[in-house]
Design a binder for this molecule. Sequence first.
Ligand code: BES
Ligand code: ZN
Length: 454
Amino acid sequence: MPSFPESSSFPEKADLYLLFEFLRFRSISTKPDHAPEMKRCAAWLQDLLNGGGFKAEVAETGGHPAVLAHGPKIAGRPTVLIYGHYDVQPDDPAELWTTPAFEPAIRNGHIFARGASDDKGPILAHILGAIRTLREEGALPVNLIFLIEGEEEVGSTHLAEFIRARRSELRCDVIAVSDTGMVGPGYPTLTQSLRGIAAMEVVVNGPVLDLHSGVFGGAVMNPATALVHLLSRLHNDDGRIAVPGFYDNVTPPTLMEREALAALPLKEADFQRDTGVLLLTGEPDFTTLERIGIRPTAEINGLTSGYQGEGTKTVLPSRASAKLTFRLVPNQTPSRVLDLVEIFFRHHQPPSVEMEIIRGHGGMPYTLDARSPWGAAAVRALEKTFGRSPALMREGGSIPIVQTFQDLLGSETLLLGLAPPGSRAHAPDENFPLENLELGIRLHQALLTELAVR
Ligand code: BES
Ligand code: ZN
C-alpha cells in the first residue's frame, strides 16, 4: 500500500487497508456473471462485522445477497438502521481510467476506484465508526442494525420483499444513509430530497434480418430512423418533456425552496466546469440546481442499432433499441409515468415497424423533514464533525429503497452525504477523499451519540 501523509484527518492505516480490500471486489451488480464476486464481497463484509462485535449474516434476497448485522442490544435506547450498498456500477469505459477501476490507487489525497464514493467508502466509514466505538467504549449508544445490499445500482429489485419478510427484525426508529453528495469539500450536507426513477427499454423491430441498405433502403423503414424519430419527440425544442400528462400534479417550487437552492454554494459555473459542456441547458425558467434537484426529467441512457465497428458498413439494421430512465419528483409514480410514455410512443409508432416496450425498475421520490427531531440530531452531528452547519441539499439521484423504508418500516431516512463534487460516481476515475473516511467514521460516532439523546 502506498504511504500517505500523517495527519489527524487521515484514516488509520488499518482502516485504509480495509478500504483497499473492499474496493478490489468487482461487485458489479448488473453483470450476471459477477454473482460469485458479489457473494465474496458480501462474505467479506460479514466477516468484518462479525469480527467487530456484530452478529452478521449474508442473507438471501432472491437476487444478490444483502448483509444484515445487529449490534449488541441495549434496552431503552433507540434503534438506528444504517443502509448502504456494496454493489457498484460497471467500470466501462475502462480505457478512460487513469489507473484500473478495481486496483485502488491514491493520488492527491484521494483514493481512486469504482465504488470509492458510491458507496463503499461511505458505508465502510459507518462500519468502522461503529467498530471503533465498540472497541474504545465497549458499547454503542443505540441499538444498531446494518443493512448493506447488493442491488442498489440495479433498482433494489428484491429488497422490498426482503424487508417485508424480515420486517420485525428490521424495525427501527430512524435510518441513516451516506450515499449522497456534499456541496463542497469539507462542507457538511444533509440531503432533503431524492428524485424517484422509472426505467424503460424501447425495442423497434423492422425487417427479419439486417438488409443491404442500397438494395432495400428507401423502401423499408429503418428501425434506427423510427426509433430516433420517437425519441426526438420526448422533449419539445425548448427542453420541456412533451409526453402529455407528464407534469400533472408536479407542484411548482415555492419561493422559499427556490431561494434555499440559490443560496447553496454550488454555482452554475461549477457545473459548467465539471461537465465541460459548451452550455448548460434544460427546462426553461429553472436554474441548473432546480433542473437537477426538483424537476422531473427524461434521459436516454443508451442507444443501440446497426454497425458500430471501424469504418463503414452499408446496412439497414433489423432492430434498434434505447434504454431510458425518467427521474421523478413528488406526486409522480413510476407506473403512471411509464404508462404515459408508453401511450405516447404507441401513438407515434410508425405502422411499418414493431415496437416492444420493456419496463424496468422503479423507485419513488423521497422528501425528509429536516426539522424533525431526527433531522435536528443529524444537523448537530454534521456540525460537530465538520465544524460548520450543514447545507440542505436536494439531490437529483435516486436511492429507490428510501421511500420503501418509510412505507414498510414507518421510519424516516437521514441522508448524510460524504461524496464531494468531483467524486465522479458512475464515471471513470471515481474517487473518494481519504479524509472523508476518517470524517465519515467520526460522523457515524457523532450521529449515534446525537440520535441516542434526540
Ligand atoms: N448514490 C447514488 C444515488 C445518488 C446519486 C444520490 C447522486 C445523490 C446524488 C446511487 O448509488 C445511485 O446511483 N442510484 C441509482 C439508482 C438507480 C439505478 C435505480 C441512480 O440514481 O441512478
Ligand atoms: Zn450509491
